[in-house]
Design a protein around this ligand. Structure first.
Ligand SMILES: Cc1cc2nc3c(=O)[nH]c(=O)nc-3n(C[C@H](O)[C@H](O)[C@H](O)COP(=O)(O)OP(=O)(O)OC[C@H]3O[C@@H](n4cnc5c(N)ncnc54)[C@H](O)[C@@H]3O)c2cc1C
Length: 383
């Protein structure tokens, strides 16, 4: 595919979850590919950090994402086989709130449109099945997706990069890409170490840094804390089995999310969804990585009524970041239809569950194939 003067067919810039999966998919199909990561693999700087992520196919964010999540589940199983790692735990996923609300209403719509296997729990049954949830509003229901559950971000990145390496990919870590220079025949990827990688095209999967390299994309970076709580008194209602991964819309519209204690652990993970009203947009190069009570004051107030008994302050917290687009959907494709550039970003904090599927779509597009899942609504030129 590439001329002999090129170092690779494709350079993948940024090896978070999406870039790692794109690298894996490209390498296993025989593309000559180099992956470049600014930091070490699976570190705390980007969006793919924090040990767990919710997996569900009832995609309330856009019905068109359901096939992508379904394909992703299948590819996760392939990655588990390729890597020998256990990466997706189908312990069930639960969405709670008013039936016509954004969370439950959106999930019901997606489930109906795609005939998904879900269970609807009326309030009484919901209380019985997930007793840690208190203060339910009258009429709140639960939607359980038995095949949903938890995915593991850091392990997924390591597994995908490992599988890509085994399939022949070159991987450069601690290497920052500082510029993309487009030439007649491809792209020169300039790195801070002075090495220039020449390739037919660049795939930019730089998460919250994406618009540094592709400034035409209208991305904002949001700082979003993640917090873990340790109940003073451990209780069966806080185990993962009784408190599976959830999103819950509260009276007033705020959404909390999290999951119970993993086997062998002591902490619950609980957080507040941004919803566009809680967390600040930041400059990714100067974002404050320290955390303070201001980061969990709204969450703590909600938890006192909604999930009581978990403690007033987290025992662990980190400041995560993610990239937001004006319409809440991803940007995947070729800006300006340029054959030398492909982007995948703008995760809007709901993109991890699609990582393996996005890796495949990116590989399809890069290799000139019809994407396995149609994602026209993510066209980067739509703004
Ligand atoms: C707190 C939080 C909770 C979330 N919960 C969920 C959930 O439950 N379910 C779900 O599906 N999704 C969830 N998400 C979203 C999900 O985590 C992201 O969609 C996913 O991790 C996006 O990964 P990414 O590869 O696009 O970005 P990143 O993981 O940020 O990867 C980008 C990579 O590019 C590298 N990079 C940047 N610039 C350069 C450069 N110039 N040169 C070289 N490398 C560079 C970075 O170092 C980084 O490693 C959540 C997000 C957050 C923040």
């Amino acid at each position: 595919m590439s001329g002999s003067s090129q170092d690779a067919d494709i350079v993948v810039v940024g090896l978070g979850a999406w870039g790692a999966c794109a690298l894996w998919q490209l390498a296993r199909r025989g593309a000559r590919v180099i992956g470049v990561e600014r930091y070490g693999l699976a570190g705390p700087h980007g969006s793919s950090y924090g040990e767990s992520r919710m997996f569900r196919t009832a995609c309330l964010e856009h019905p068109g994402l359901v096939p992508l999540a379904q394909r992703s589940r299948h590819l996760w199983q392939e990655l588990e086989r390729d890597s020998g790692a256990h990466l997706l735990d189908a312990t069930g996923a639960m969405l709670i709130g008013p039936p016509d609300g954004r969370i439950v209403g959106g999930a019901l719509r997606a489930a109906k449109e795609h005939g998904l296997d879900i269970e609807v729990l009326e309030e009484r049954e919901l209380r019985r099945r997930a007793p840690a949830h208190d203060g339910l509003a009258p009429g709140d229901i639960g939607v359980v997706e038995p095949a949903g559950g938890l995915t593991l971000p850091e392990m997924t990145i390591r597994a995908a990069v490992g599988a890509a390496r085994s399939a022949g990919a070159e991987v450069l870590t601690e290497t920052r890409v500082v510029a993309l220079e487009f030439t007649g025949s491809g792209v020169a990827v300039h790195t801070a170490t002075g090495r220039v990688l020449r390739a037919g095209q660049a795939v930019v999967t730089a998460g919250p840094w994406l618009s540094q390299l592709v400034p035409s994309l209208p991305l904002e970076v949001v700082r979003m804390p993640t917090t873990w709580f340790t109940p003073a008194r451990p209780h069966g209602r806080f185990t993962l089995r009784r408190l599976p991964v959830f999103m819950r819309e509260l009276d007033g519209g705020d959404v909390i999310w999290g999951h119970g204690v993993l086997p062998g652990g002591t902490e619950l993970k609980l957080g507040l969804e941004d919803g566009g009203r809680h967390f600040a947009t930041v400059d990714i190069e100067s974002v404050d990585r320290s955390v303070s009570p201001a980061d969990w004051s709204v969450l703590a107030k909600h938890l006192a009524g909604a999930v009581p008994g978990v403690g007033e302050a987290p025992t662990r917290a980190v400041a995560n970041v993610y990239a937001r687009t004006p319409d809440g959907q991803f940007v995947i494709g070729r800006p300006g239809r340029d054959a030398r550039l492909l982007v995948a970003g703008g995760c809007n904090s709901h993109g991890f569950k699609h990582s393996t599927g996005i890796g495949e779509v990116v590989a399809d597009l890069a290799l000139g194939k019809e994407p396995a899942v149609p994602l026209g609504f993510t066209d980067p030129d739509r703004f």
